[in-house]
Design a protein around this ligand. Sequence first.
Ligand SMILES: Nc1ncnc2c1ncn2[C@@H]1O[C@H](COP(=O)(O)OP(=O)(O)OP(=O)(O)O)[C@@H](O)[C@H]1O
Ligand SMILES: [Mg+2]
Length: 204
Amino acid sequence: MASKYKNEASSIYIDGTDVPKNKFNLTNSIQIHELERELIKEAYETFYDELDEDTVFDENYLKSLHKRTFGEIYEWAGVYRDFNMSKGESRFCQGSFVISSSKKIFEELKKDNYLKDYGNKSKEEFAKKLAYFKCEINALHPFCELNGRITRMFFDMIVAFNGYKFIDYSTVTSKHYISCAIECVQFADESGFEEIILNGLKKR
Ligand SMILES: Nc1ncnc2c1ncn2[C@@H]1O[C@H](COP(=O)(O)OP(=O)(O)OP(=O)(O)O)[C@@H](O)[C@H]1O
Ligand SMILES: [Mg+2]
């Protein structure tokens, strides 16, 4: 990672904008978001096609989703942050603890065989687990940007592995989604996400 990106979140953006500095030198917010949307769409196809029995939903997998989706536009793609970050009143995992906290979360996920055995269990059980780990990764907020989208992609690949369609968030307002994220980060309460996931989980 280039050192200029190391110490704070704001240095990834073009001054005074919400546009991250990018390899294509795009400065237009609409254009960059459209490009991100296209890259995510392609990535969903790629990662879905690559799923097989040997796929392991570990830390490297999470990083590789970020890196391979956005590496052609962002230098910091796939790299964990080492600075502190907050949104609104929520403070995410401290920068100096991102690596160790991530290790802990993924050790726990490993104990659950990376949620690879939920194809024949109840949807309720699966949604509970997914919400728990989604909440953990939300609070970790390991990347400078694009955490929401990559975290959703990560769990979408896990549900696809287990024979489900990608989680349907289309009926969830962004206000409600954020309120669930706030409950996660500030109160370690994943029940809001559990309900969202349960409603959005459908067998393929
Ligand atoms: N006030 C908040 N408190 C806690 N978590 C929050 C808050 N606002 C946003 N989040 C979380 O941070 C994520 C946004 O992070 P980031 O901007 O890195 O990713 P993104 O891909 O641009 O997000 P998204 O597409 O979900 O808006 C949200 O999806 C949510 O999980
Ligand atoms: Mg964002």
